[in-house]
Design a protein around this ligand. Structure first.
Ligand code: ZN
Length: 659
């Protein structure tokens, strides 16, 4: 998730242009094969550098509109090369290509910084803003000018120099923080096999006692997560959670203070009171104060539901420990899992049989075809690995986009799930193209994985359907960062709909997923919404709270306790130091709230489908043309308003929380 945002954010910086005609297909296929990429990156980089220096040299000339075209061309070339660099550095099986792509990525970062700091280009944009422009040109120019101003272009040279140094320091501290967490893996020692009671057999088999007869359980996810779900030992779950919260402690205690201090200095130079004010300025939420109001408002909505859930968990806990007075944070996953098995009788093996990979894939395709009046056709193309499948998207007998599925795990491949843009669609020039990279088994998917498949498809269609603009900076998913997860989270809803599922959730014997089972899945989905929402609020409030004041006012000693007590459904875990182990503080800084924010908007947009039908073509068409296709052409709140016919509200999120 974080990676994806970083990826998208890096693309958001890229801007715009209109290009000299190139042979689209030759360019595309030669890159996708990969082998030719080795030499191509250097050639393209040199070409981009020449374009950039020409543009800077010519920036004062009078043919401003021509220069706008050149700037757009430059940005299109950067975007194309950058997309490939990211895709290949994370996914190409050939090590030499991964290395070149990595290097290319670094070089492009430098080129982008040069553009972002260029007074020549800023002055060009300023001159352009005074001319008569099309609405898109004007949106691009003004958006870019706002970015330049936000990042201090009009400061005196020595201040800009200072800013540059602070930015480098921020990057360095961020890397150090992440490294400390990564390398701070902790181990909990379990005295005997009895300590593993409740865990699945394969887990026990793969955790044999060491020479001293003790079993080592680390804070790495494959060890940690099953233990928190299934481990019967309360003592070891507690120890493991404390260890998890202390992965970066004590090393990061000082690093995070310095990072917050450096960010604060940056904000001050740029004329903001706090870093949170600076970083929310170009988001939908606009101000740090709004972000805090949002967090508190969601807390108010989620608390009654969370309290009910806690009461239910406590009742279950008292069957184990009749003296128990409260549920602790290391207990809730375990108790919830028990309730799911006992009360909803959901057996994941039973669910999985309906979700064969091929059927799910084709089911999602046909859902998209029905909703959006398109056809998805498999094609053979040269690609970066033999597992990768390629598809064309056709509408009214016209090819409108292409995508690839790189669905199964292999070594040296990105190990989460993300939609990687390959080509940003440019009107009359490039077709939009993207790759969905996931790590699904070739056989059967878990229900969660089907949800994830749809989620990533939401990102994919956003990129494909918004790929028909002239300006690259307005195409694709170049919207506000706190909107990006809304289309993806909304599309997840179709996985919970029986009428959508019955078309493809069919087992080997041809039996359709039972309606009763889908109902149980929905009930168990709603079971923890209050607690999980409040958990996100702890993270959101901490992320905002360390950046929305003077650094000396931050209460580092009581950090975790304060935010737990304010927002969590559970008491604080007294020996934990989350502020030293919370990796999102690096990539998200003050804006972790974006997850919940996008969710609120997704829930609201979904109300139209609930009312008008999940596969209502007219609704889907309006969603596509008003929300997805415009890309960054309008502010995101306007896109949502265009679709809903009103401003977004919190009512539907309240309904999503359930009773
Ligand atoms: Zn996402």
């Amino acid at each position: 998730m974080r990676f994806k945002w970083a990826l998208l954010a890096s693309l958001c910086i890229c801007i715009t242009s209109a290009h000299a005609a190139k042979d689209v297909n030759t360019l595309k296929s030669s890159r996708i094969v990969g082998e030719k990429y080795l030499g191509q990156c250097e050639t393209s980089l040199s070409d981009i550098r020449v374009q950039l220096s020409d543009l800077k040299r010519q920036a004062n000339q009078s043919q401003k509109m021509e220069l706008l075209g050149k700037l757009n061309n430059l940005l299109i070339d950067i975007d194309l090369l950058w997309n490939h660099a990211i895709l290949f550095s994370y996914n190409h099986p050939n090590e030499a290509i991964r290395k070149v792509a990595d290097k290319c990525n670094g070089e492009l970062n430098n080129i982008q910084s040069e553009i972002d700091l260029s007074v020549d280009i800023y002055n060009l944009l300023l001159a352009l803003s005074k001319l008569e422009l099309t609405p898109d040109e004007s949106r691009f120019v003004n958006k870019k000018l706002a970015d330049y101003r936000l990042n201090g272009i009009s400061l005196p040279p020595q201040k800009r120099e200072e800013l540059k140094k602070i930015n480098e320091q921020i990057n360095k501290l961020g890397r150090a923080y992440l490294k400390n967490v990564r390398e701070g893996v902790q181990t909990v020692y379990i005295d005997s096999v009895e300590g593993l009671s409740g865990l699945p057999d394969d887990y026990i088999q793969s955790h044999k006692p060491n020479e001293n007869g003790r079993i080592e359980i680390t804070t790495n996810y494959p060890d940690y997560q099953p233990f928190m779900l299934y481990g019967n030992s309360d003592k070891y779950r507690k120890a493991l959670m404390e260890a998890f919260l202390n992965r970066g402690y004590p090393n990061n205690q000082e690093v995070i203070k310095q990072l917050v201090q450096a960010r604060h200095q940056k904000a001050q130079i740029l004329g903001f009171d706090t870093f949170a004010d600076y970083v929310t300025k170009d988001k939908m939420i606009k101000t740090a104060e709004n972000a805090q109001l949002f967090i508190d408002r969601i807390n108010e909505l989620a608390k009654p539901k969370a309290d009910k859930e806690i009461a239910r968990l406590l009742k279950r806990l008292q069957q184990i420990d009749p003296e128990a007075k409260q549920v602790e944070r290391w207990q809730y996953r375990y108790l919830a899992e028990k309730i799911k098995q006992e009360e909803y009788q959901i057996d994941s093996k039973e669910v999985r049989q309906y979700f064969g990979y091929e059927k799910v894939k084709l089911g999602i395709f046909s859902l998209m075809e029905n909703m959006f009046n398109i056809q998805i056709k498999a094609v053979t193309q040269p690609v970066w690995h033999e597992d990768v499948e390629s598809f064309q998207v056709i509408q009214d007998n016209k090819l409108i986009a292409q995508f690839h599925l790189d669905s199964h795990p292999r070594p040296h491949k990105y190990n989460h799930a993300a939609s990687f843009p390959i080509t940003t669609g440019i009107k009359g020039r490039y077709l939009p193209e993207a790759a969905l990279v996931t790590n699904f088994p070739k056989t059967y998917l878990e229900h969660d994985q089907v949800v994830l498949f749809l989620h990533e498809f939401g990102h994919l269609i956003h990129h494909l359907f918004s790929g028909n603009h002239e300006m690259v900076a307005l195409a694709g998913v170049n919207t506000e960062v706190d909107f990006i997860e809304a289309p993806s989270q909304m599309l997840e809803e179709w996985v919970w709909d029986y009428d959508s599922l019955k078309k493809f959730a069919i087992n080997e014997e041809g039996k359709v997923i039972p309606r009763e089972l889908v109902k149980k899945l929905n009930e168990s989905r709603n079971f923890l919404t209050g607690i999980l929402t409040r958990r996100q609020l702890v993270y959101s409030a901490m992320s905002l709270g360390i950046h929305d004041k003077q650094p000396k006012e931050v209460d580092w000693e009581n950090m975790q306790r304060n935010y737990f007590n304010g927002y969590s459904a559970f008491p604080n875990v007294e020996n934990g130091n989350m502020q030293a182990s919370f990796e999102h503080l690096v990539g998200y800084s003050a804006v972790y709230y974006t997850y919940t924010w996008s969710k609120v908007i997704a829930a609201d947009m979904f109300t139209r489908f609930m009312k008008e039908g999940m596969i209502n073509k007219k609704t889907a068409q309006e969603y596509r043309s008003r929300v997805l296709a415009p890309g960054g052409r309008k502010p995101a709140d306007q896109l949502v308003k265009d679709f809903l016919g009103r401003d977004y509200s919190f009512e539907s999120f309240k309904a999503h929380l359930g009773e």
